[in-house]
Write a protein that binds this ligand. Structure first.
Ligand SMILES: *Cc1c(COP(=O)(O)O)cnc(C)c1O
Length: 212
């Protein structure tokens, strides 16, 4: 069997929970490299750049209606239209400007996506996401004013061994907002994320190998 499919099956057997979805993060890899997992029947794939995702996936997606594409990287509002056309989920919703642009293009294209609000849980300058103290207001704005389908919170915690503190915080905040999904956990910390009820793991290198 193909190594990538083997890697994927190994992760799946470690999780053993049908509420947990694995997003295979295929950024930087060519479609030829990813294809065995598509052929295997896996449906959730993640990318972090609109242009790269468009080139790689737009025709594949037309032929595979079951494929779900996840935008997990920073998204600029001038790319919102293309993002709405191509993706099914956006995990990096983090500003009113972006949210407004996405809502406008949803209306124009008559399409609804599912969204995660990205929270900068470690207050790291280089990372996207809104500050924790703004989450409640931003959620209300996106949901009530813009009618976006917000399904949960997302975070990339600092890689300092304290991920669980952040996962716990995200789980509790999510629950207090009445949200049902959580986007957290990557190759190095997905088992910890599951302890805090993550429903969407974003796993790249453990499936596809190291990126250059
Ligand atoms: C690249 C990326 C991942 C996957 O990281 P791995 O450590 O390779 O599993 C997950 N989430 C985001 C937002 C990413 O950009």
């Amino acid at each position: 069997m193909n190594t990538i499919v083997e890697n994927f099956k190994k992760i799946k057997s470690n999780i053993n929970n049908n509420n947990v979805n694995i997003i295979a993060v295929s950024k930087t890899f060519s479609f030829e490299h990813i294809k065995p997992l598509v052929d295997f029947g896996h449906s959730h794939f993640g990318e972090n750049k609109v242009q790269e995702a468009d080139t790689k996936w737009s025709s594949v997606k037309k032929n595979n209606p079951n494929l779900k594409l996840h935008m997990i990287g920073r998204l600029q509002s001038n790319k919102a239209k293309k993002a709405v056309e191509l993706f099914d989920y956006v995990h990096s919703l983090d500003s009113e400007k972006l949210a407004t642009a996405l809502a406008k293009h949803e209306n124009n294209l008559n399409k609804k996506l599912s969204y995660f609000i990205q929270v900068n849980v470690g207050n790291e300058e280089q990372k996207s996401g809104i500050s924790a103290n703004l989450v409640d207001d931003f959620y209300t704005y996106c949901k009530s004013n813009l009618k976006l389908n917000i399904i949960g919170l997302m975070a990339i915690p600092p890689n300092d061994g304290n991920e669980e503190i952040h996962f716990k915080y995200l789980y509790e905040t999510n629950t207090s907002l009445g949200l049902k999904n959580l986007s957290m956990g990557m190759s190095g910390d997905y088992l910890k994320a599951i302890k805090y009820k993550s429903t969407f793991l974003r796993i790249g290198s453990k499936i596809f190998g190291n990126r250059d």
